[in-house]
Design a protein around this ligand. Structure first.
Ligand code: NAD
Ligand code: USQ
Length: 397
């Protein structure tokens, strides 16, 4: 298939590009390097040294003989995107190309606007390019489990059957996003759903949980093919952060009481899920939603897992509760369905000590690159007077 990967220089995008290329697909990647720039702005960097996109592509070609085409530009630039889509004529578009950090979106008015501009306008633009040039293509869009929030009922995959005043309907599952980044994903979902209903596009929204891990079959081929791995308070996700903190002797930064429960998955499973979605496309006019995670954990459980795994490697790790910089429920009900990708054949890599050991080993190789000042949380969801989640009334569980 001809596959266009938007955000193909990123943590998930680059390994996905290699995976599809290795499976014999014709791959074009698009990126504007904003993720690299955001790091420059805050004087941080990926823990793993990463090659430039062009160098990665050259190494890939030298090692495998396979070509990956790159196009540098912004998805929200209509002229650029039209040109790329018209030239590549993709059958599948994998859309990773957004600002992915909740803390970044909550840092200031400027970063909030930038996040929604990049994400919402970028995706809207893409829908128009698809309608104009490739109306039959399958859009695989990375959404997020955080679109649902933490409701006090089971979370279904995209839709819920509701009975109200004696009548029944199946409607989009209610959304309670927990940051302006997560809000941007909800707005994306609304726009994509609309485009499938009105223009007959086909789309799969992958509501992904928090990803962890550093290695895929392709990144393991050569250190020059490594993907980025972030641990700073803005761009690092929780398990990756805990592994770095364990290695450098920083207390594990559990926010608040640590009861916050989310869906998680290994980066290897991200690639497999996207592959499964591509191999089994949505129908014309269909807005298909899969919940993409393999297991649920609370933050406290993850901290204990990292502490225990590190102890086996003779590392003495402490866990500390930090005042929660976010406004989120710390004790809540959480039970989300994730059956649809399993039905398509996903065989999860479950999280255990072995995986944590392998991440700790990789982190140890680069421990001299860790920027300590970037670890502790600084971005406050509500920098005003209302502290400790006052905007969210606690609910019965
Ligand atoms: P990433 O920042 O590493 O990758 C995104 C890439 O897109 C970056 O290389 C960035 O430079 C590029 N990009 C951003 N805006 C762009 C634009 N307007 N035009 C062109 N390129 C642009 O992030 P990631 O962790 O690989 O996440 C990829 C996607 O998956 C994101 O949409 C994110 O919201 C979603 N997601 C990630 C996780 C996770 O835990 N990493 C979990 C759920 C969902
Ligand atoms: N947390 C801590 N300590 C830390 C970092 C985080 O306790 O040092 C807590 C947070 O308060 C939160 C949970 O861990 O309750 C997850 O935080 P995170 O930073 O790992 O993940 P999140 O902000 O939700 O965002 C990440 C990705 C985002 C993706 C999302 C999936 O950055 O792109 O959309 O995971 S989900 O969480 O399912 O919405």
């Amino acid at each position: 298939m001809r596959i266009l990967i938007l955000g193909g220089d990123g943590y998930l995008g680059w390994p996905t590009a290699m995976r599809f290329s290795r499976s014999g697909h014709e791959v074009t990647v698009v990126d504007n390097f904003s993720r690299r720039r955001w790091h420059l702005d805050q004087s941080t960097d990926s823990l793993t040294p990463i090659y430039t996109l062009e160098d990665r592509i050259e190494v890939w070609k030298d090692l495998t003989g396979l070509e990956i085409t790159s196009r540098i530009g912004s998805i929200e630039d209509a002229e650029f995107l039209d040109e790329v889509v018209a030239e590549a004529l993709p059958e599948v578009i994998v859309h990773y190309g957004e600002q992915p950090s909740a803390p970044y979106s909550m840092r200031s008015r400027q970063t909030a606007v930038e996040t929604q501009q990049t994400n919402v306008i970028g995706t809207l633009n893409l829908l128009f390019s698809m309608q104009s040039f490739v109306p039959d293509a399958h859009l695989i869009k990375l959404g997020t489990m955080g679109e649902y929030g933490t409701p006090n009922i089971d979370i279904e995959e995209g839709y819920i059957e509701i009975e109200h005043n004696g009548r029944k309907d199946t409607l989009p599952f209610p959304k309670l996003p927990g940051s302006l980044y997560h809000c941007s994903k909800v707005h994306d979902s609304t726009n994509i759903h609309f485009a499938t209903r009105i223009w007959g596009l086909r789309a799969t929204d992958l509501n992904q949980g928090v990803v962890y891990g550093i290695e895929t079959d392709e990144t393991a081929l050569d250190p020059r093919l490594a993907t980025r791995f972030d641990y700073d308070e803005t761009f690092g996700t929780v398990l990756n952060r805990f592994c770095v903190q364990a290695v450098v002797g920083h207390p594990l930064t559990v926010y608040g009481s640590g009861g916050q429960t989310r869906g998680y998955l290994n980066i290897r499973d991200t690639l497999r899920c996207v592959e499964l979605a591509a191999e089994n496309p949505a129908d014309r006019g269909e807005f298909r939603v899969f919940n993409q995670f393999t297991e649920q954990f609370s933050v406290a459980e993850l901290a204990e897992l990292v502490k225990g795994s590190a102890a086996q490697l003779d590392m003495d790790v402490t866990i500390e509760s930090f005042p929660n910089p976010r406004v989120e429920l710390e004790q809540h009900y959480y039970n989300a369905s994730n059956q649809k990708l399993l039905d398509l054949g996903l065989e999860p890599h479950y999280l255990g000590e072995e995986l944590v050991h392998s991440v700790l080993d990789s982190v140890r190789q680069h421990r001299d690159r860790v920027v300590f000042r970037a670890i502790t949380p600084k971005t406050q969801w509500n920098p005003g007077e209302l502290e400790g989640g006052a905007l969210l009334a606690p609910r019965e569980t």
